[in-house]
Each structure stands twice: as structure tokens, then as C-alpha cells.
Design a protein around this ligand. Structure first.
Ligand code: A2P
Length: 257
């Protein structure tokens, strides 16, 4: 059973969490309620999702910015942001500190100045964007990788996502008698990631948590390496030729694209 992963602070992170990005503010409460009853103890949330009364990208907005505008993007000062987070860790209010959407380069830079090293990097991760290099880097530094959009965000209309439709995945799901979503989540756990599937439907919230008493056998697990790789969420909103620190997506991801 892979219910938890142990972080570099000794704190435990539950391996399956509920994603809430794009959950409507009026329904997110009920989804979280259902999830906690089912046994979830890890909820992914963010101020930027607009359904919470944190921060998610290596960017910074001008003080007082409301909503998202390119004009408000300014150069982040990651070392001083991290120092403020270390104060939270020292106070006991946070049991571990993490970042999101950090490349290996940004993690390496942070590790050079951090007194409390990051425990988690939350990034896009699923069979069609496996993050093999970043995961290897994280593993070598004792940083846990947490995967968002594990199902490839099939409900996001502006993304061309067919992660759940991939023939290799469907072949494996049929053989194991599980849904493609369950196989993707279980793949993440066996890779050593925590996984954050989003759903607002109780049936799926339940299904997505039913991944602990079975596993993908080695021969089928090996098939995942045949899946072609492409990043879905390129972060183009944080890229602008005039405003903010990143002029191209290559700069945002330090070439890991
Ligand atoms: P919904 O939110 O309507 O319940 P991701 O976690 O990769 O961002 O994917 C979330 C999307 O996948 C949402 O559209 C969600 O639907 C849908 N989804 C969640 N669980 C399942 C499942 N078990 N099978 C199919 N689709 C699912």
C-alpha cells in the first residue's frame, strides 16, 4: 500500500489528493466534503483558482494586483519569498515547504540559498508528460514530486488532451479491469509521485481513491515508456515579450519543454 510518501522533513504526504483547479466555488465545498468522507487527506488548492477565501508559479504580481494581467507580472525574488516561507516552517505552522512548476534549474538555484530545503515540487505529471529528468533530479535531492493534471485535465476545453484515451493505457486498463483514470493514478503512485486528480463527481472521487489494493504488474508498467511525450500546460500566460521575467516558454521552463 502506498497511502503516504515521507518527505525530507519527516512529515508524511498522502499519496492521492483531490485537485480543485476549475472546481466551481459553489461545488468545491461539497467535493471536498465527499473526498474527506471517502478517506482523502490531501486537498490541492490555490488562491489563483478563485475558489479559496499560496501560489503556484515562479512569478510575482505587482502589489495590489487584482485578477491576472500581463502588465502586473514582475521579476520574482524567490530567495526572499523562500525566507518568508522558512519563517512559517520555523513557527510550526507548516510541516514542510514546497514549490510548484519549478524546473531542475530553478530547484538547483533555490537549494543553493535555502536553509530549509524544499520538500515538494508540484508539477504537471501523467503518462504523456512523465517528467523523467525532473523526477530523477528531485530524487537525487530528496525532493518529492507531486503530479497535477494527472488525468491530463480532460475537462479543460482549451487543452487538447487525450491522456485518458491513449491506446496503451486502454489496453492496460482492460487487462486489469480498471478504468483508465485508475490506471493513470496507480502508475503515478508506482512511479513514486503523489497524484492530484480533480473531480467534482462523487462517483469519480471514489473511483480515483480506489487504487491501493491492486497494482500494475511490471510487464505492463514497462509499456508506459512507449508513450510519446508532450507538455500540456505550457504556462504561456506567464510569458510575455515586454512584461515579467520570461520572454519565451523555454525561459520559463529553463529549456525543459
Ligand atoms: P469532473 O471535474 O467533472 O468531475 P485532472 O485531474 O487531470 O485535471 O482531470 C480532471 C478532469 O477529469 C475533470 O474534468 C474531471 O471531471 C475528470 N475526471 C475526474 N475523475 C475522472 C474519472 N475517474 N474518469 C473520467 N474523468 C474523470
Amino acid at each position: 500500500e502506498i497511502r503516504f510518501f515521507v518527505l525530507n522533513t519527516g512529515a508524511k504526504i498522502p499519496s492521492v489528493g483531490l485537485g480543485t483547479w476549475q472546481a466551481d466555488p459553489y461545488v468545491v465545498g461539497a467535493s471536498v466534503d465527499a473526498a474527506v468522507k471517502i478517506g482523502y487527506r490531501h486537498i490541492d488548492c490555490a488562491q489563483a483558482y478563485g475558489n479559496e477565501k499560496e501560489i503556484h508559479w515562479p512569478v510575482r504580481m505587482k502589489k495590489g494586483s487584482v485578477g491576472f494581467k500581463h502588465e502586473n507580472l514582475i521579476q520574482p525574488d524567490i530567495p526572499s519569498t523562500w525566507q518568508a516561507m522558512e519563517v512559517l516552517y520555523d513557527s510550526g505552522k507548516a510541516r514542510a515547504l514546497g514549490v510548484s512548476n519549478f524546473s531542475s534549474k530553478k530547484l538547483g538555484d533555490l537549494l543553493e540559498v535555502a536553509r530549509v530545503p524544499p520538500a515538494v515540487n508540484q508539477v504537471e505529471c501523467h503518462p504523456s508528460w512523465q517528467q523523467t529528468k525532473l523526477h530523477e533530479f528531485c530524487r537525487s535531492k530528496g525532493i518529492h514530486l507531486s503530479g497535477y493534471s494527472p488525468l491530463g485535465s480532460p475537462g479543460t476545453t482549451w487543452l487538447k488532451s487525450d491522456v485518458l484515451k491513449h491506446p496503451i493505457l486502454n489496453m492496460i486498463a482492460t487487462k486489469l479491469g480498471k478504468s483508465p483514470a485508475q490506471v493513470v493514478i496507480r502508475w503515478g503512485l508506482q512511479m513514486g509521485h503523489s497524484v492530484l486528480p480533480k473531480s467534482t463527481h462523487e462517483k469519480w472521487i471514489k473511483e480515483n481513491f480506489d487504487v491501493f489494493d491492486w497494482s500494475i504488474p511490471e510487464d505492463l508498467f514497462a509499456k508506459f515508456s512507449e508513450i510519446e511525450q508532450a507538455r500540456l500546460l505550457r504556462g504561456t500566460s506567464f510569458v510575455h515579450e515586454t512584461f515579467g521575467p520570461y520572454k519565451t516558454v523555454e525561459e520559463l521552463w529553463d529549456g525543459e519543454i
